[in-house]
Ligand binder design. Structure first.
Ligand code: HEM
Length: 206
């Protein structure tokens, strides 16, 4: 955390140097992950879930996609900061000529939505029990809505802050579901319940 505080200072001193903003953002997410890990490790009772190898792999991939989307988003933010310096607070001009990063960022949200939608579907149909997947999807919907608000309705009040905060919450919940999933695998392995690990579909006859 001391490193992050020092990095925050250098980000500001460097006049919001782009790659430093990105490292600062990624470091913030590492700290979020670390705190969630400590909270999870100190828990004494756990809800029961069905561990599913495919869900686990795809969830890891979804977290990776979120990280890419966050890095792309910070590149868009960098462009917006430059526009603020150039044209001032005329919000309608901030994304008048966006860089390629913006279009990639906007399109990438379709993949983020699709993959997490698939995870939610699998979680529900196989009754895996990861209820926080509903919150993940809710965050993604709000993230897309705030993104749309910024681009198509010229950055309404609070839209930038909400977009940033919800992205952090999204990553946090996904990471927490991963911790739950990982714990279920370890627990299941200890109980030698190989069948459930390898094939939840068998269990419900799909
Ligand atoms: C899952 C979907 C999304 C995620 C996780 C995400 C995440 C992010 C993040 C972390 C930032 C950096 C914010 C900052 O540093 O202040 C950002 C910036 C931005 N994103 Fe997204 N985003 C998503 C979807 C979208 C969509 C669909 C749009 C547009 C239609 C959009 C438009 C923007 C814009 C305009 C910025 C610059 C914000 C600013 O100036 O503060 N995003 N995004």
């Amino acid at each position: 955390m001391a490193f992050q505080a020092w990095l925050g200072k250098t980000v500001v001193d460097s006049n919001l140097s782009p790659y430093k903003i990105t490292i600062h953002m990624v470091m913030a997410l590492v700290i979020v992950a670390f705190i969630l890990y400590i909270i999870f490790a100190s828990k004494i009772s756990f809800k029961a879930h069905i561990p599913d190898a495919t869900f686990k792999k795809m969830l890891l991939f979804a977290i990776f996609l979120t990280l890419i989307q966050v890095v792309l988003g910070t590149q868009v933010r960098e462009h917006v900061d430059e526009q603020v310096k150039a044209v001032g607070y005329v919000k309608s001009l901030w994304l008048q000529n966006p860089t390629l990063h913006f279009y990639v960022h906007r399109t990438f949200s379709i993949f983020v939505f699709g993959l997490n939608g698939w995870l939610l579907f699998r979680n529900r149909t196989l009754q895996l029990g990861y209820r926080k997947m509903d919150l993940v999807m809710l965050c993604i919907v709000f993230e897309i809505l705030t993104g749309i608000a910024m681009y198509y309705f010229d950055f309404p009040f609070l839209s930038q802050t909400l977009h940033l905060v919800i992205a952090t919450i999204l990553f946090g919940i996904q990471f927490y579901v991963y911790l739950e999933n990982r714990k279920d695998f370890i627990h299941n392995h200890a109980n030698n319940s190989e069948e459930i690990v390898s094939s939840p579909t068998k269990k419900i006859g799909l």
